[in-house]
Design a protein around this ligand. Structure first.
Ligand SMILES: NC(=O)c1ccc[n+]([C@@H]2O[C@H](COP(=O)([O-])OP(=O)(O)OC[C@H]3O[C@@H](n4cnc5c(N)ncnc54)[C@H](O)[C@@H]3O)[C@@H](O)[C@H]2O)c1
Length: 422
């Protein structure tokens, strides 16, 4: 069920009040964004800009949307995953007159319809999480490219896709890789994904993690965060990887490392966090124990091959919210959470507000940079400048009531010289 208005399509406008409370809660935990909102409220550096956003519709995203509007922008929004929209938050935004096309549980066709709707106001800036918006503009609406000054990308998979497009010479406007900022990648992906993915698994299963074999596929930023938190809850973490040095890090951090074919036989819970496809396929599922739980926290639902799981089953039933039981021919039961989509967003609320505060501060500052400098930038993927990272880090520390040391002139000189030795 959805409700349609002049500039929105959401699940149910009656949910708006509950959504407003959620947004208010998030706002109180996002001091960096509040600081930036105050700083730019008068100057309005985004005045005249039309921002199309394609990003998980969470309470934190709503705070970002409000910050962009406070800085003068007009926005039109869609969710970047069929299962990640919080309907209460979407209703609150729609009820406040903000253009939004998003509801939980949409089909893939509806997903692209929503993106198309946000493009009707001919954006001057784009904000992506996964690059589906930019891909749609490039493939389906090239006529819009001329008026776009630049865009930003929120996640690892989106940055990979855009770098691949740029390498082919196909990227038609500049994009800033927000994901790759230190104050994003090393915090959001690690601590955010770590905590919220465990939250999603627990909401869908309510199982005890202590003593379980918890298999993490991919020991990058997200995988490391999941491993750290599962280990903290008493699970035995097993890592599967394809990169030798990353695997070594996992071993030295106390985890067992082995190929998925081996891990499949002993794992109780499996989480994929690779950004790659076919990480768990039929061959692995055939070896799994009765009761094994499968989930994914990578951007797309191709990490667990769900077609293979479907082919192996004799029956399936929804046993809990976001938890489907697949019974195999020999009676073993395998549980798939959140249809193999981002378990932290589909089955929980996504990353905590405190960590999204830094990611979205980077989004906000990068969009201002695109508005100011976009015309002079090349059609390539830009990193965010080191000064921006340090500024976000400084504000965050300050809002947490913490101070740090400053280098003396002499120390700075020492650090930048080669003469002094033994
Ligand atoms: N759930 C969320 O809210 C959330 C948040 C941030 C990022 N992401 C997504 O999570 C995924 C991972 O992001 P990241 O920042 O950790 O990336 P990363 O590059 O830091 O780590 C990915 C790791 O996976 C490994 N890998 C690749 N293919 C593999 C395979 N077939 N088997 C085992 N290991 C493999 C790589 O060697 C690498 O170490 C991406 O899709 C990203 O977009 C999700």
């Amino acid at each position: 069920m959805t409700v349609v208005g002049k500039n929105y399509k959401v699940a149910d406008l009656e949910l708006a009040e509950a959504g407003r409370l959620k947004i208010e809660w998030a706002e109180s935990r996002m001091p960096v964004l509040q600081h930036l909102s105050e700083k730019y409220r008068k100057e309005k550096p985004l005045k005249g800009q039309r921002i199309a956003g394609c990003l998980h519709v969470t309470k934190e995203t709503a705070v970002l949307v409000k910050t962009l509007i406070a800085a003068g922008a007009e926005v039109s929004w869609s969710g970047c995953n069929p299962l990640s929209t919080n309907d209460e938050v979407a209703a609150a935004l729609a009820a406040d007159g903000i253009s939004i096309y998003a509801w939980h549980g949409m089909s893939v066709e509806e997903f692209y319809w929503c993106i198309d709707k946000t493009l009707e106001f001919k954006p001057t800036l784009t904000l992506d999480d996964g690059a589906d918006l930019i891909a749609t503009i490039h493939q389906k609406h090239p006529e819009l490219i001329e008026s776009v000054l630049g865009g930003t990308e929120e996640t690892t998979t989106g940055v990979h896709r855009l770098r691949a497009l740029a390498e082919e010479g196909g990227l038609k406007y500049p994009v800033i890789a927000v994901n790759d900022a230190e104050t994003k990648w090393d915090f959001d992906n690690v601590y955010g994904t770590g905590q919220s993915s465990i939250d999603g698994i627990l909401r869908a299963t309510s199982i005890l993690l202590a003593g379980k074999n918890f298999v993490v596929a991919g020991y990058g930023h997200c995988g490391k965060g999941c491993a750290m938190r599962a280990s903290g809850l008493g699970a035995n973490v097993i890592v599967t990887e394809v990169k030798p040095t990353t695997s070594l890090k996992a071993v030295l951090e106390g985890h067992r490392v082995m190929p998925m074919d081996e891990a499949a036989k002993i794992g109780d819970i499996f989480i994929t966090a690779t950004g790659c496809k076919d990480v768990i396929i039929g061959r692995h599922i055939e070896k799994m124990k009765d009761g094994a739980v499968l989930c994914n926290t990578g951007h797309y639902d191709c990490e667990i091959n769900i077609n293979d799981l479907d082919k192996l089953k004799v029956s399936k039933r929804k046993i809990r919210t976001n938890n489907v039981e697949y019974t195999l021919k020999d009676g073993r039961r395998i549980y798939l959470l959140a249809d193999g989509r981002l378990v932290n967003l589909a089955s929980a609320e996504g990353h905590p507000s405190e960590v999204m505060d830094m990611s979205f501060a980077n989004q906000f500052m990068s969009l201002i940079r695109c508005a100011r400098e976009g015309k002079n930038l090349e059609n390539k993927v830009y990193d965010i400048p080191e000064e921006q990272d340090q500024e976000v880090g400084t504000i965050k520390l300050r809002t947490m009531g913490m101070n740090i040391d400053t280098l003396t002139e002499e120390q700075e000189k020492y650090l930048n010289s080669w003469e002094f030795g033994t």
